[in-house]
Design a protein around this ligand. Structure first.
Ligand SMILES: [Zn+2]
Ligand SMILES: [Zn+2]
Length: 187
């Protein structure tokens, strides 16, 4: 009597409905987990093949998502990008805050012409106002002198130096003359 009663229960439509509902929920849960693995992999991996592999692992019922959780990258791509930007900003702030001598690495100020520790020339002075100029600048921002004209001032300086030297070379005969003139004046 009890056996026939149990088989009645197993073959009743109510049990069939409950069993189908349970199966349906299991399938929904399985596919939902696989979809979650796919979405999570897309947020953490930027390679399409790796995302496909992770999704395939996630499709293994219930164990696949667990395995994926063990081996997924710890950071999302957005986290990595944000950290990169932060690090770059920090580096930029550090380098602009404390410029360093390229030779001895001691801290220098942005307006130094020469490193005070190792006397390395850091910047060229403006030919007109002596302000320190960056190597890429095409004109002095303080007095608007084009940087190319520094060459002209240098050649002008060279010219004046050469003429001064030439005068200095010519002077000794003139000096020699003076005593003769004095002697002539004396005699
Ligand atoms: Zn130095
Ligand atoms: Zn200048």
């Amino acid at each position: 009597m009890t056996g026939s009663g149990l088989s009645d229960i197993f073959h009743s439509t109510a049990f069939a409905v409950a069993r189908n509902l349970a199966l349906f929920l299991v399938v929904v849960f399985w596919l939902g987990l696989a979809y979650w693995v796919y979405r999570d992999a897309r947020r953490r991996l930027d390679d399409a093949w790796l995302v496909a592999t992770a999704t395939a692992v996630g499709l293994v019922p219930f164990i696949g998502p667990l395995v994926y959780l063990l081996f997924r990258p710890p950071e999302t791509l957005a986290d990595v990008r944000a950290r990169d930007i932060e690090v770059r900003a920090l580096e930029a702030r550090l380098f602009t805050a404390q410029p360093r001598c390229p030779v001895c690495r001691s801290g220098v100020q942005a307006n130094y012409l020469v490193c005070p520790v190792c006397t390395t020339q850091l910047k060229e002075p403006c030919g007109t106002c002596q302000a320190p100029l960056e190597p890429l600048w095409q004109a002095c921002p303080y007095c608007a002198t084009p940087v190319g004209s520094r060459l002209a001032t240098i050649t002008a300086d060279l010219d004046s130096a050469l003429t001064a030297e030439a005068k200095a070379v010519k002077k000794p005969p003139a000096r020699r003359k003076k005593p003769q003139q004095r002697r002539a004046a004396a005699s």
